[in-house]
Write a protein that binds this ligand. Structure first.
Ligand SMILES: Cc1cc2nc3c(=O)[nH]c(=O)nc-3n(C[C@H](O)[C@H](O)[C@H](O)COP(=O)(O)OP(=O)(O)OC[C@H]3O[C@@H](n4cnc5c(N)ncnc54)[C@H](O)[C@@H]3O)c2cc1C
Ligand code: FES
Length: 254
């Protein structure tokens, strides 16, 4: 199935980022563009898509079977990796980035490359915010938390009203679909969807455009092959924020 050979990597270190998120560093690393992803085989369990948060790392939120099994792994354990796949974010300077939860993982390399002037970053609580010290050294960072434990009290999209959107060359976004839908509406109202890029986290099987499990309505674009990053104006009348699909292709309300 794979157009990229499966490469075996060894976990070198595991960093506890937040109570639910860990970064798994491995060797060897990969050459990649910010926003690209890899298909990660957890031996005996499953193969799942993960953004590269560094050339040699993935940053994982524990949500189910495969991510739960990965959290049992330790340094020295092996993973299979195919990729990197997908288009990634345009690498322009002067970017406004908007991250929600583990959506900070694919945006991290864009910030570390010096492309991002301002990062709006949201999480449920202060201790779930990702990478803040490191990202603050490269960009202005404005946090938001659902419970108000730090920064703006409310969804990260609540900060958009305070930002001079037209001053940025582009706006790059990754997070939960409800948050991305709210961002898309806010950017549409401001006439900024043409300058915006959204990274979608959808269920995937093959990762290379063959199986059809990641297609989005209404035009059948494949998140793995045509994305995972899509221009905002191309998503205005899509299924983003309305429904996703499970492993058998059935629709699930977001
Ligand atoms: C291009 C891409 C990049 C991604 N990058 C990251 C990343 O950097 N870090 C990270 O933690 N996760 C990332 N994801 C999401 C990750 O692939 C899923 O969380 C993972 O596949 C879940 O596997 P599981 O077996 O643990 O959970 P499952 O048992 O499959 O599912 C558990 C719960 O998670 C939900 N879920 C499953 N797959 C996804 C998904 N793709 N997106 C959102 N919810 C999902 C299910 O609906 C269910 O509610 C990315 C997904 C894509 C497509
Ligand atoms: S995951 Fe198979 S076509 Fe995208």
């Amino acid at each position: 199935m794979s157009e990229e050979p499966l490469q075996v990597v060894q976990i070198t270190t595991i960093t506890r980022e937040t109570p639910t998120v860990r970064t798994f560093s491995f060797s060897p690393g990969f050459s990649f563009r910010p926003g690209q992803f890899v298909m990660v085989t957890i031996p005996g369990i499953d193969e799942i898509p993960m953004a590269l948060s560094r050339a040699d790392a993935i940053t994982v939120q524990r949500v189910g079977d495969a991510t739960g099994a990965l959290f049992q792994a330790g340094p020295g354990d092996k993973l299979g990796i195919r990729g990197p796949f997908g288009n990634g974010f345009p690498g322009k300077k002067g970017t406004l980035a908007i991250a929600g939860g583990v959506g900070a993982a694919p945006l991290r390399p864009l910030v570390m490359k010096g492309c991002v002037d301002c990062l709006l970053i949201g999480a449920r609580t202060a201790d779930e915010l990702l990478f803040i010290p490191e990202l603050s050294r490269k960009s202005k960072v404005l946090p938001a938390t659902d419970d108000g434990t730090t920064g703006f009290h409310g969804p990260v999209t609540g900060l958009l009203g305070e930002i001079p959107l037209s001053e940025y060359t582009q706006i790059c976004i990754c997070g939960p679909e409800k948050m991305m839908k709210a961002a898309l509406h806010a950017l549409d109202a401001a006439g900024m969807t043409r300058k915006s890029y959204f990274s979608l986290h959808r269920y995937m099987k093959c990762g290379i455009g063959v199986c059809g499990s990641c297609c989005i309505d209404p035009d059948g674009r494949r998140v793995c092959r045509d994305g995972p990053v899509f221009p905002g104006d191309s998503l205005l009348h899509s299924e983003l924020g309305k429904y996703t699909r499970d492993a058998s292709g059935r629709r699930k309300t977001v």
